[in-house]
Design a protein around this ligand. Structure first.
Ligand SMILES: [Zn+2]
Length: 115
């Protein structure tokens, strides 16, 4: 009974603490994150919640402990999201450019065949 209460009490404190930290984080505008790190994450993609995320369930949007652990402020996270969508665009364009050049190559082959 005592053990149960202490475990339960502790998880309540952790939950409150997590929510409090999320509030603080959402208001935070000061924090350091290297450009290299942001670029790396934008290029590779940041997995915000790899598995089950208890924090995401009760913290406000985009303020779970996974995101807070990686990004010092919401501004950094939003900058990452912008950079990530740009990186995805570039990747798509890369794939399209690759497909086009392959098509051009096979057309060339076809033309050779019909000579
Ligand atoms: Zn999470």
């Amino acid at each position: 009974m005592t053990v149960f209460n202490s475990v339960r009490g502790r998880s309540m404190i952790d939950l409150k603490e997590d929510m409090k930290q999320a509030e603080v984080w959402l208001d935070n505008t000061e924090g350091e994150m290297s450009e290299d790190q942001l670029i790396y994450l934008a290029a590779t993609g940041f997995e915000d919640c790899p598995d089950f995320c208890g924090s995401k369930k009760y913290c406000k949007d985009e303020a779970c402990s996974c995101i807070r652990a990686t990004f010092p402020t919401p501004d950094h996270y939003h900058l990452y999201l912008l950079m990530r969508s740009q990186a995805i665009e570039w990747l798509k364009q890369g794939i399209i450019a690759n497909a086009v050049s392959k098509e051009a190559f096979s057309n060339e082959k076809c033309q050779e065949k019909f000579k």
